[in-house]
Design a protein around this ligand. Structure first.
Ligand SMILES: Nc1ncnc2c1ncn2[C@@H]1O[C@H](COP(=O)(O)OP(=O)(O)OP(=O)(O)O)[C@@H](O)[C@H]1O
Ligand SMILES: [Mg+2]
Length: 370
């Protein structure tokens, strides 16, 4: 009995002693601040990133990391008042005294035992990612929206005329010419499908949203995948069954997750090696992102589509959510542009990450009534 107690005590002591070493070993910059925003600790990665020793950072204070009008301070306040962890994306930190401005994602978490104290973690981002995010979320779909809607309308009518005419004359033609008529019809069908996809990308009309369980959407897409484009590829499920409902458009969400799973399957097939796909859901109450207006939006619902296989090429990564960007010989580059649009229309965000051997597409959505 006393042995157990001694061991527990020992573990606690060791962990306390190890804490500075653990902080020092963490690869990402991290600072601990108190209720007055004074810097209590900066790990080695933070010293490196801000080009100043922990002591110098403590002396200069948080103002040397973020100017007073930085959205960082709002995130700190929200983390303090809500005692939840807060994510703020695409923030500039660093002043001329600390290596200059750089783009980061910030995660702020309250230290439960020390009132007002916070752990602030920085994930440096590249400029390319900044451009990617801005394009994918703000303008990727919108830039082609007007053009797509207009073109779709203008193309579809004459196209059905061309197709109809080819269909009419086909029976009167000899064998070789009939084949040509069939070619016209097939190509017309292909253009129509392309135009309809562009039309979906440009659609600005609000559609009826209803509360739905995202798992019914995922189950449906998984069945379609297994019966068709992902036949033979194992698809694992890791669902959080208690996930709350999302307010959404079922058809558009089906399209969105279908496009992600199609890409996952295509990446596995292209790699010519056995691969696995995984669909997971999770509830992450602490996840919040800053809206362009400055408001913080809770996006606790997480759906990930992952696959083993080759990573998205580095030069393509900042652009994959753009329309007509494709790394495939016959790809149209519309799949992810539509994903970005559907997710944005649902008030969410989508990101692509590489985690070990996995390519991960992570969709974060708000909950219904949340
Ligand atoms: N899971 C993935 N693994 C590796 N690369 C990916 C993955 N998903 C997307 N990509 C890359 O991103 C590019 C853009 O994807 P997107 O779905 O927008 O277009 P596409 O698949 O090429 O064509 P479309 O979906 O219109 O038929 C792909 O061509 C591919 O290079
Ligand atoms: Mg695709």
């Amino acid at each position: 009995m006393s042995r157990v107690k001694d061991n527990a005590h020992k573990e606690l002591l060791d962990m306390t002693a190890l804490a500075p070493a653990i902080l020092a070993a963490m690869p990402g910059p991290l600072v601990v601040i108190d209720a007055d925003n004074d810097i209590l600790h900066a790990n080695a990665a933070a010293e490196n990133f801000f080009q100043a020793s922990a002591k110098a950072l403590a002396r200069m204070g948080l103002a040397a990391i973020a100017p007073p009008d930085s959205p960082l301070y709002r995130a700190l306040e929200v983390a303090r008042t809500s005692s939840a962890s807060v994510n703020e994306y695409d923030l500039e930190v660093g002043t001329p005294r600390t290596g200059g401005a750089r783009l980061v994602d910030v995660r702020v978490a309250a230290l439960p035992d020390v009132p007002g104290a916070l752990v602030v973690q920085f994930s440096p981002r590249s400029l390319a990612e900044k451009i990617d995010r801005q394009l994918s979320h703000a303008s990727a779909a919108r830039t082609v929206a007007g053009l797509a809607a207009m073109l779709a309308h203008e193309i579809k009518n004459p196209l059905s005329g061309i197709r109809g005419a080819a269909q009419l004359i086909a029976p009167q033609l000899n064998e070789g010419d009939e084949e040509l008529a069939r070619l016209i019809m097939d190509e017309a069908d292909r253009i129509r499908a392309l135009v309809e996809e562009m039309e979906a990308l440009g659609e600005e009309r609000p559609r009826p949203y209803a509360p739905l369980n995202i798992h019914t959407v995922l189950d449906h897409v998984k069945k379609l995948a297994e019966a068709g484009f992902a036949a033979g590829i194992p698809i694992r499920e890791a669902y959080d069954p208690s996930l709350p409902e999302v307010l959404g458009d079922r058809d558009r969400l089906v399209q969105c997750f279908m496009n992600l799973m199609k890409n996952a399957a295509e990446a596995i097939i292209e790699s010519d090696r056995p691969g696995v796909m995984e669909i997971s859901t999770a509830y992450r109450p602490g996840v919040r992102v800053a809206q362009p207006g400055g408001e913080l939006l809770a996006l606790p619902l997480e759906v990930c589509v992952r696959n083993t296989g080759p990573a998205v090429p580095d030069d393509l990564l900042p652009l994959i959510f753009e329309p007509f960007v494709s790394g495939k010989p016959s790809g149209r580059g519309l799949g992810l542009a539509l994903v970005a649009k559907v997710v944005r229309d649902h008030g969410g965000v989508v990101e692509c990450d590489r985690e070990g051997e996995w390519t991960v597409f992570r969709v974060r959505l708000p909950v219904h009534g949340g």
